[in-house]
Each structure stands twice: as structure tokens, then as C-alpha cells.
Design a protein around this ligand. Structure first.
Ligand SMILES: Cc1cc2nc3c(=O)[nH]c(=O)nc-3n(C[C@H](O)[C@H](O)[C@H](O)COP(=O)(O)OP(=O)(O)OC[C@H]3O[C@@H](n4cnc5c(N)ncnc54)[C@H](O)[C@@H]3O)c2cc1C
Length: 496
């Protein structure tokens, strides 16, 4: 009855159309991308603008009705799922604002705009947006702010928080806070964009942001390198990061994961043999410092139409002018000087680069062919990352003998995505998470690199955050969301 009254009040405030109650339509909003988290809700509310969001939040606060903000629903920790019957506040309708200020190299973006749409708008202005991730065609800008998404370009541009110059949001009493001027130097009090980034919808509903844009990439070259051990791959990544300022990405994969992607996505083998560990690296020319040249690939990149040659027989045919190298020549030189490289494929053309990236980007979908994995995304200090990677599979099979562990990640930042398939059910999943997160904490790592805490990891937050930090988190939440209606079952552990 009370719930019907809330829905009626919502309809009076924002109209009938944005208040969805048809179970068939709502089905797409109550479960997550992985299939691991499925909830239920009385309604999905889709306001079209900030005023509509403010009205919804104010009504929910007045009626003490919890809500779950939701963007593209690509989150991997259950943070956007109404696990306890909350109303879903979908922000996908907030797409009207997307304006690029090329002179300032900034953009103002509505929360519902897709990351790929922001990329396209920035690109049309000769610029780029610094955050990129494989879910770019479904993830919203608001969702990436709420999760402080990382992705493939953190090495070069930092995480989402690092892009934020201003934010507009609706806090828990329905009031709107807005500071979107985008002044690069603005020291007037608390930096609310930093606070809201990574708050996972628990402190406010992001409705728009002002983000910095970066120079567009003029040329790129990508290499896939094979190593005999994870340790050698990690050492190589560190050497590249320290010695190659144009390094834009450094990702690691292991032999079982690469084999799986090849099978699941029907790709050809990128290198002639199998290697224990692989690095996918990219260098990007953003300043025109490199010679223009379409340099051909070496190493047999599928579909690139170029000669297949082992890196040992290197013979890059770039067309760079004397004295300056092309990006591909620079990459080849860097790879040639690296210890431990057993084989490599390099590409300097768009098609070849895309083909090499596919081996890394298609890990997530390939692993999902085994069903819903247990997903953990963790960060380790680089010094212990190789031993962690070697230890985890045995830790998992010690608990679930039939399970498979898939490991890959953003190696330059010490990130490892630990995906486990074929476990014996929820109880076993918990024990695996307990063991892996415990190992991470014992090694001085973080239990969340970039996906956030969500509902999935809240009970393990105390592994990384002290009681006084969690108490401070609760006080901040109380100040911005006094009725406790914004994503009450996310991030913070249940109160003692
Ligand atoms: C194939 C694949 C690859 C991925 N790769 C990466 C990666 O490389 N790096 C990475 O960081 N993540 C990655 N992700 C995870 C996911 O894409 C990100 O977490 C993304 O930021 C979520 O955006 P979304 O719009 O889908 O948000 P949702 O999933 O809808 O929501 C995520 C969280 O943010 C909250 N939220 C959403 N919108 C708002 C808003 N406007 N205001 C307040 N709170 C809000 C939700 O309540 C929830 O807690 C990947 C996911 C997939 C499926």
C-alpha cells in the first residue's frame, strides 16, 4: 500500500512514462551483466533530466524508500542491482548534455551518455577522453564516475577521478549540487568530484560531469610479447614504463587465458609457440614527436596482410624520415632491448593494433562461456605480483578441485583480474573469495582495483580499511544521505 502511494507520488511528479512497472521491461534492470546478481523491484524510474532525478530522490527520502542508481548496468560487483527490493533509478535517460569545449579541452557530459559517445564527441573535436574500457558501448559516464572506473588507459591518463573537473549531483535529500565551470585551478573548499567518484551511488546521484580531454593519438603501435615466466613479464613492463614515456598501456595475460580466447573467439595464434606469460603493450604518439609512417607489422598478425616474422629477425619497414623514428620503429627498438622476450608480434596499422588488442579485450566474454565466474579484481605491489599469480590457482583448487582460475590484468598498476569458473556453488565461492582476498591483504594489496566494492565485497572492506576509516565513511554518508536511501546495501558493511 505504502509502496503504491510512493509510485503514485512519483508519477505525479515526473509523469507516467518514466515509471516502469511491467515485469518484462523491468527484467533488463534487475539482473547484472554477469548473471551473478539478480534482484527484484517494484519499479524502474527513468527521469529525463536533473530536475526529475531530484524529484525522485526527494520523494524516496520523504517516504524512506531505498533506491539503487543504475547506469549501463555493466558493473561487476552487483552495485546497480536491487538486491533487497529497492527502486531502480535508471540514469540512462540523461543524455541531452554532451558539449565539447575544444579550446579548454573539456567536455560537459550528462550521466547517461555512453563512454563510447563521449569518445566520439571528443574525437570529432580532434581530442580524446582519457578513460577507455571494453564495456565502452554500454557503460555510462555517470556509472564510470560512480565506480571511479579504471580501464585500459590508466597508465597514461589516470583513472576516472583524475579526469573530473566538476560534478552535478543530487544528494540524499533531493537537493542539487552543481559545480561545472571546469576551472582547472579552483581551490574553493572540498573537492566534491573526488568524493563522489568511487562512491558507488551511496552519497549522491551523479547527473552530469565536467571532464578534461586529452590530445588525440596521432599514431599508435601495439606489441604482443611472449615470456617464459610472469616474473619476466612484470620486469619487462616495469622497464618499459620507466624508460618509454609514450607507453600507453601494459596488460598481462597467461597461456590458458590466451588459448581460451583463441578458441572461444575463433582467432588465430598471435605468436608461433605458447608462452607462460604475455604482455600486450601499446605506445601512442600524442605530440607528433614521432615520424609519420605506416610501418608494417612483424610477427604474423592475423589479418594484417603483412609478412610473418619472428622479432629476432626484426626488419621494420617504417617510412619515417631520417633522424626520427616511427612509433612502430620505437616499439621494435624498445622490445629488442627487453630481457626475456621469447617472441613478439608488433603492429603499427589500425587493423593490426585492433587484432592484437582483441586477445586481451576478449578475455572477459571468453571466460563467461563457462558460465558465471567468481570475479575478483585486486591490486598487488609489483614485487609480489608474480608469486601471487603463481599461488592463486593452487589456493583455489585447494578449496574447489574442479575450478579453473583465469588471471589477466593491467600489469603496470599491479592489477590482477582473478576469475574463477567451475566452482561448486555459493558456499565454495565465499571460501574462495575469503582465501584470495586474505592473500591479497596479507601481501599489502587492495581488494578492489577498479570495479568497486558493490554488494559483492562489502563484507571484506575491513581487510583494507580500518574501523576508524569505516566510521568516517559512515559519518560522510549520514551527512549527504540522512535518510539512508541511496544504495544502502552497497560499499559499507552492515552496521555492527
Ligand atoms: C566487458 C566488461 C569490461 C569491463 N572493463 C572494465 C575495466 O577495464 N575497468 C573498469 O573499471 N571497469 C570495467 N568494467 C566494469 C564496468 O563497465 C564499470 O564498472 C563501469 O564504470 C560501470 O558503468 P555503468 O554505467 O554500467 O554503471 P552500473 O553498472 O549501472 O552501476 C555501477 C555502480 O555505479 C552506480 N551508479 C551508476 N550510475 C550512477 C550515477 N549516475 N550516479 C550515482 N551512482 C551511479 C550504481 O549504483 C552501481 O553501484 C567492465 C565491465 C564489462 C562488462
Amino acid at each position: 500500500m505504502a509502496r503504491d502511494h510512493v509510485l503514485e507520488t512519483l508519477r505525479d511528479a515526473i509523469g507516467d512514462t518514466p515509471v516502469l512497472t511491467d515485469p518484462d521491461i523491468m527484467a533488463g534492470y534487475v539482473g547484472d551483466w554477469t548473471g551473478r546478481f539478480v534482484g527484484r523491484t517494484a519499479a524502474v524510474v527513468r527521469p529525463a533530466n536533473t530536475a526529475g532525478v531530484a524529484a525522485v530522490v526527494e520523494i524516496c527520502a520523504r517516504h524512506e524508500t531505498p533506491l539503487v542508481p543504475q547506469g549501463g548496468n555493466t558493473g561487476l560487483v552487483g552495485g546497480g542491482v536491487p538486491t533487497r527490493g529497492e527502486i531502480v533509478l535508471s540514469l540512462r535517460g540523461l543524455t541531452d548534455t554532451l558539449s565539447v569545449d575544444a579550446a579548454a579541452a573539456q567536455a560537459t557530459v550528462g550521466a547517461g551518455v555512453l563512454v563510447s559517445a563521449l569518445h566520439a564527441a571528443a574525437s570529432a573535436a580532434g581530442l580524446a577522453y582519457g578513460v577507455d574500457l571494453a564495456s565502452r558501448d554500454s557503460a555510462t559516464v555517470g556509472g564510470t564516475v560512480a565506480t571511479n572506473a579504471g580501464g585500459l588507459r590508466v597508465l597514461q591518463h589516470g583513472d576516472t577521478r583524475a579526469q573530473l573537473l566538476g560534478v552535478e549531483a543530487v544528494v540524499g535529500d533531493g537537493s542539487i549540487i552543481s559545480h561545472l565551470a571546469g576551472l582547472p585551478r579552483d581551490n574553493t573548499g572540498y573537492h566534491l568530484p573526488s568524493l563522489l567518484a568511487g562512491s558507488e551511488g551511496t552519497l549522491g546521484v551523479v547527473t552530469a560531469v565536467r571532464v578534461r580531454l586529452v590530445p588525440a593519438t596521432r599514431a599508435r603501435a601495439v606489441g604482443l610479447l611472449g615470456f617464459a615466466s610472469v616474473e619476466q613479464a612484470v620486469t619487462a613492463a616495469s622497464l618499459l614504463r620507466n624508460g618509454l614515456p609514450a607507453l600507453a598501456a601494459a596488460e598481462f595475460m597467461l597461456s590458458p587465458g590466451l588459448d581460451l580466447v583463441i578458441r572461444a573467439c575463433h582467432l588465430s595464434r598471435p605468436l608461433r609457440g605458447r608462452h607462460a606469460a604475455y604482455l600486450l603493450i601499446e605506445i601512442a604518439d600524442k605530440t607528433g614527436a614521432y615520424a609519420v609512417g605506416s610501418g608494417t607489422a612483424v610477427g604474423g598478425i592475423p589479418g594484417s596482410g603483412t609478412a610473418s616474422r619472428n622479432i629476432a629477425g626484426r626488419g621494420i619497414t617504417g617510412t619515417g624520415s631520417a633522424g626520427r623514428a616511427t612509433v612502430l620503429e620505437t616499439l621494435a627498438d624498445a622490445v629488442a632491448g627487453l630481457p626475456g622476450v621469447q617472441d613478439a608480434s608488433l603492429a603499427g596499422d589500425a587493423r593490426g593494433c585492433r587484432a592484437l588488442w582483441a586477445y586481451r579485450e576478449r578475455h572477459t566474454e571468453s571466460i563467461s562461456t563457462f558460465g558465471t565466474p567468481v570475479k575478483m579484481d585486486v591490486t598487488l605491489p609489483l614485487a609480489v605480483l608474480p608469486s601471487f599469480v603463481e599461488t592463486v590457482p593452487a589456493t583455489v583448487t585447494g578449496i574447489a578441485p574442479e575450478a579453473r582460475t583465469w588471471l589477466f590484468g593491467h600489469v603496470a598498476e599491479g592489477n590482477v583480474h582473478v576469475n574463477v569458473t567451475g566452482t561448486g556453488g555459493e558456499a565454495e565461492d565465499r571460501r574462495i573469495e575469503d582465501a584470495v582476498f586474505g592473500l591479497v591483504a596479507d601481501n599489502g594489496g587492495s581488494i578492489s582495483t577498479e570495479h568497486g566494492i558493490g554488494t559483492a565485497k562489502r563484507r571484506w572492506l575491513p581487510l583494507n580499511r580500518s574501523p576508524s576509516e569505516i566510521a568516517a565513511f559512515r559519518r560522510i554518508k549520514q551527512a549527504l544521505d540522512p535518510a539512508g536511501i541511496l544504495n544502502p546495501n552497497v560499499l559499507l558493511p552492515d552496521a555492527p
